[in-house]
Structure formats: structure tokens, C-alpha cells
Design a protein around this ligand. Sequence first.
Ligand code: SF4
Ligand code: SF4
Length: 456
Amino acid sequence: MSKHTFSIGGVHPHDSKISRDCAIQQLPLPPKVYLALSQHIGAPAKPVVEVGDKVLAGQVIAEPGGFVSAFIHSPVSGTVKSIGPQKDLAGNPSMCIEIETEGDEWAPGIDLSDTLITEIPADNKAIIEKIRLAGVVGLGGATFPTHVKLSPPPGSKCERVIINGCECEPYLTSDFRVLLEKGEQVVVGSAILQQVMGNVPVTIAIEENKPEAISHIREVIGKLPYKNIEVMPMKMRYPQGSEKQLIDAVMHRQVGSGALPISVGAVVQNVGTAMAVYDAVQKNKPLVDNIVSITGECLPRQANFQIRVGTPFRFIIDQVGGIPADAAKIISGGPMMGKAVANLDASTLKGTSALLFLTEKQTRRAPESNCIRCGKCADACPMGLEPFLLVRLAKAGEMEELEKNAVQDCIECGCCLFSCPARIPLLDHIRLAKGAVLGAIRARAAAAKAAAEAKK
Ligand code: SF4
Ligand code: SF4
């Protein structure tokens, strides 16, 4: 049994990987796609098309709105029907480009063949530019533009690239299928990241509940011509795949409060991102599709679909026979960190990993009772926080104390909620408090910057 894991907190939810044996299938093209302009961390993208324009699959339809931002490409060939607000999965307005699908004709220069290209171009700057132009963002949940992560600030140095294949959230199996079915592309993508970061060692971290993926990737590494890429089997423990926890597990280094992984010499990318890097650099293919698990005990059929970004949830659900009668809740992502879908007309984003269907019984929360001060929430917190205290401070509106107690470090993993015998909705309170504290920190930084500018 592997000993590799993070040092504090964590929980052991049942892994429920019931879609693990479902090979990746192509989802048919939807009649319409809706591309959100804000589907990455950073500034929203700016449209470069107009209503009525004809577009090809893989063609740029929106350009970055700032340094931390990403290109967006059309996932189909068709006509731009509208540019304006559409309701997102929570029902909030989100600026989108609506495209009516007319076919699957791709922009010139994109290699859609299955031929594996293992020779990596020598020019690292050109590689990063290709990744930027392809709109690649982190597919492990954060959707941080990848080209930015690959351009560390002056003075910082990468010592190891970690490829996150843990997929520690229950139910999710898209990364597992990518490792099994696209292992070669993942390893070439990892080797590209290795070269760009200065030929540092690469660790592909995979939880030990995926032995087939561990042995397959080891076999692929053995066949390909790269050096210094290893597979590290990880102990099953949630949230093993969270960035700071993974760095702790692999490198035994702690990323400080508010600091970036590069501050301890680490660059972490998800296996899906490694595959997207391969597509961008070796095939000139932008990020226009991703692998999404469709899962849940109440569904008659489980699936892992390759889905064009911007596909409406309703279209996907129709492909698996509609919403089961006993489904009470649909979650985009996993049960621990995913978001409830309130609007079925919303569409997938680059970072969508799963649609999970849960029954009323699975979602029923036991009635909340008073805190019994058992400390289980603090024991479970992988960030070393005291959730019961944070909730008390949040209820009292003690913003300064919340900041002093590092509410902003919460990674919203839900371990505290999972552990609480009093069923207190800890995460709901903490998430709201974290948002308010981060807002105050940003406002303070902006005011300090403005004051410094005024002095000049
Ligand atoms: S949700 Fe936040 S407070 Fe709760 S266990 Fe996770 S990191 Fe800690
Ligand atoms: S786990 Fe729940 S009951 Fe126990 S200390 Fe934390 S908030 Fe209180």
C-alpha cells in the first residue's frame, strides 16, 4: 500500500466510481452551443465575431481580455446567432456566444488524425505561445490559464512538474479513462511540460484505486523516449488531488498562505491538461472538447463522453435517456466540490468534469443540531483551519478575526461538512465568509496601489 499522501486532515468517502468501465464515447454534436466568455480564472474573453458570422470548428471566437485570460474557439462549424447573457448553471446571467451547429468542418492546420507525434519542438517560447493560442486552461477544476502557469515570475524556479491523476472526488472517472485510453498523449504532454519547465523531473500521481492506470502509464513511459518521468501511486484519501495537498504528498513541501505552488518549486497540471497541451503543441488543436463522466446510481446508463465545450446539459441528459424519475439533484462535478445545477439549459465549460445524478435519499441532510465541540471538523481540515471557529466568527460578522484565522485559505473541499456529526452546513457559512474576506483583501490591495500611484 502506498504511503504517499498529505500530512494533515482529509477524509475517506466511498469512491463510487461506477462509470470506471465505460470507455470514452463521442457525444453527437448538439444543434446549438453556448460558449461562456468567463470559463477560466481571470478576465473574461472578448468576442472577435459578430452575429451572423460563419465559423469553423477550432476557429477563434473570443480573445483574452487580459494577461490572465484565455482564447475561446468555436467547437463546431456554424453561424453565430447571438452574443449576450445566458443563464449559467446556477441561473445567473453569463455572457455567451451562441452558435447554431451546421456541421463539423474544422479550421485549416488542425491535425485530427490519431497519429502520435512524440518529437517535441525545441523552442520553448513557441510551445508556450501555442498553448496560449489554443486556449488551454487547467482542467483539474481551477481553469487557470496554462500558459500563465508555465511562465513563472522572475526569481522563481520550477524543480518538479506534478501531473495530477489522483481524481480523488467520488464518482468522477474522466481522468481515469483519459489515463487508460489517451495515456500516450498524456505522457507526451507531460514531457512537453517537463521541457518547458527546464527538464525537471515529472511525477504522475495516481491514486492506488486505479491500478490499471498505474500499470498502463508505466508501460507507456517505458515505450516512449523521455527520461525522468515517474508514476507515483498515491494513498486513497480525499482531497489528495488538491494542489497544495498533492505538493505536500509528493515533495513534502508546504505552500504558504496566499502563495503559489511555484514558491516551493512545483508546477501542478491535471492529466486532462497534459492531454490538451499535447493536442495544442503537437496537433495544433485548440481546447474545444473535454471528457465528462455522466454518472449516478439512479441513471440506467453510466458514460464517459467526449463532449464539445458549450454543449447544453439538457442535450447531454437526453443522450442517456433523460432525467431518471428518482433523481432529486444534478451536480456539475463531484459530490464534494461540485455545484448544483439549477438550470438545465446551461452548457458545459472547459472545466466541466461530470454530471452527477443523486436521489433524494442521497442528498437528504440530517437535521442540523448544536455543535458538540468534538473537533472532528478541525481534524478533517487539510488546511489546518478550525471550521467550527470560522463558522462562529462568520455568524458574528467578525471579518478581521476571520482573516486572522485564515478563512481565505479554505479550499472548499467539504471535509469539515463530511465529518460533522451535528450536520452543521459548515461549508456554506465558510464559503460566504471567505468570499467577503477575499473581497476586502482585494479592495485593500487596490487602495494601496492607488495610493502608491498617487505618490509618484
Ligand atoms: S472546506 Fe475549508 S474549512 Fe472545511 S475542511 Fe475544507 S479547507 Fe477546511
Ligand atoms: S465537527 Fe461539527 S459538532 Fe464537531 S466541533 Fe466541528 S462543528 Fe462542532
